[in-house]
Ligand binder design. Structure first.
Ligand SMILES: [Zn+2]
Length: 303
């Protein structure tokens, strides 16, 4: 870990605020309401971190327009939580975060985790199609969900959910919760997420046959084939399978079960970690922090 958890930004609110301001506004603060650079910092203890826009006369702080807006959690705890989540190789449970940050309630920790996952969502500008000419996109589907043994009180095994992952070889991954694995459902995702100029690599699931026709090329791989990696190493879906194994370790290691409603947020976290696998923990945390801007969750914070 290249993150120094004893750094003042993780313990001191003024240091955390200064860090966030420098990160968000490297060329000086500007008004998030009207964009004006004609702003000034308000004096006085009760207005710490508050700016006033001289043009629209509105007030703002570095939290305004970010996932941290309207939260009562101090910024230094947000920074620590973001760094811990970005640095954890698997995933961090809300319970673990509650203990590490000394948070009053589990619900607060849970809410923070989901907000930070929101920050990890790729921005619209960067979320264009993956793959392209002379590139391979692997598609694979898997079932994830809780196992009965992890929940002693559960009489029935928690419901499993189908996840579709698309991975550009040596590139990024995008994962989705899908209702089923029919050609119609899979096609809808695959053709919007992957460039049709790519070479599609899938298993032998029949649904992929017609979808593959729409791509520059299509190769199928038999999971149970002894000659697993065929064509001099070209025909495989190992990247997608590696992506799945990381995700499954996270589910069973940290969360035990994931509800259907929140599954997309966990998928975002695992895609983010996979897509930043070549970066240091510090670089990954900085990216998550950058993503905190311009995103606000629509559901309200409990308590
Ligand atoms: Zn303004």
């Amino acid at each position: 870990m290249d993150i120094d958890l004893t750094a003042p930004i993780f313990h001191d609110e003024a240091a955390a605020t200064a860090h966030m301001e420098a990160d968000r506004w490297p060329e000086g603060a500007h008004c998030p309401h009207c964009g004006s650079l004609n702003v000034h910092k308000m004096a006085g203890k009760t207005q710490a971190g508050m700016f006033l826009c001289n043009d629209c006369r509105d007030k703002f702080t570095v939290r305004t327009g970010t996932i941290f807006e309207r939260s009562h959690i101090p910024l230094h705890k947000w920074l620590l939580a973001t760094h811990l989540m970005a640095a954890s190789k698997k995933s961090m449970s809300a319970l673990q975060l509650q203990r590490m940050l000394g948070l009053g309630s589990y619900r607060t920790a849970w809410f923070m985790c989901h907000r930070i996952r929101e920050a990890m969502t790729p921005s619209r500008a960067k979320s264009g199609p993956i793959g392209g000419e002379n590139k391979v996109v692997e598609a694979d589907e898997t079932l994830i969900g809780g196992k009965k043994k992890n929940r002693g009180f559960a009489k029935v095994e928690p419901k499993k959910h189908t996840v579709l992952t698309l991975v550009e070889r040596d590139g990024e991954s995008r994962s989705f919760h899908v209702a089923d694995v029919t050609a119609k459902t899979l096609r809808e995702k695959i053709v919007t997420v992957a460039s049709r100029r790519s070479h599609l690599m899938t298993d032998e699931l029949a649904s992929y046959a017609s979808i593959g026709d729409e791509f520059a090329g299509h190769t199928t791989v038999n999971h149970s084939d002894d000659e697993y990696v065929r064509m001099a190493g070209f025909a495989h879906i190992n990247t997608a399978e590696c992506r799945f194994s990381l995700m499954k370790r996270a589910v069973f290691g940290a969360h035990h079960s994931v509800s259907e409603a929140h599954l997309p947020r966990y998928l975002v976290e695992w895609d983010f970690k996979f897509n930043t696998r070549g970066k240091t923990d510090g670089e990954r945390a900085a990216l998550a922090l950058k993503g905190a801007e311009g995103k606000r969750l629509t559901y309200r914070q409990p308590h």
